[in-house]
Design a protein around this ligand. Sequence first.
Ligand code: HEC
Length: 203
Amino acid sequence: MVHTHTLVVILFLIMFGYKTYLLLTNQTVKLELVRNKTKIFEMIFGTVILLTGGYLLYGKYLVEHSIPTWLITKFALFMVAIPLGIIGIKKSNKALALVSLLLFIFIYGLAEMKGFGPKKTLETPMVGDGVVDGKALFINECAKCHGTDGKLGLVGSADLSLTKLSVEELSSVIKNGKGTMPKFDYLTEAEIAGLTDYIAKLK
Ligand code: HEC
């Protein structure tokens, strides 16, 4: 979902950037042509960006019970940039189109910097020297979606007490993510081993 969202945003930016370029360089005939040809795509892309963005926001809210300010800012700026861009291109207003393009790029940059994925925030819980407390780590990182017993199933999370995956496959899902599950690429091998041990005990 994050990838679909990013891809459509990039396509939208390229299209809008090109039109702004044509407008700024006074290529009005060509602009008119491109505008007519891309109108339908622009509508589709705009709708897909809003729908996928809304879905991602909702998922984040379910997991974290709050939406960070930068995401709200991003959403608000997007809702301003869209009409500015449409009016700018339609009325051939260079300033408006340029402001709108800069806004889109800024919004994109904001998202790239912050990202949707989780970041390491807590100390790794340990039981004794160099041995990770898999259960405590699971509760910190995973229980919000999977539940402490692995059965919660929030946002379509798999029931981990029923998983048929091998230790390697489990590690790979944790490292790389799957579907709406984010990747936990900041976890060390020892931490991942602690988690797979705990998941094995859930069965
Ligand atoms: C934001 C919610 C979320 C968090 C946090 C999360 N998961 Fe998941 N997890 C999911 C979803 C959703 C799926 C199902 C993905 C799919 O099949 O498309 C999943 C699937 C899995 C699977 C695959 C199970 C199978 O049988 O296919 C494993 C293993 C797993 N999660 C382990 C973990 C571990 C370990 C953590 C903590 C490091 C974790 N998850 C954190 C949402 C989450």
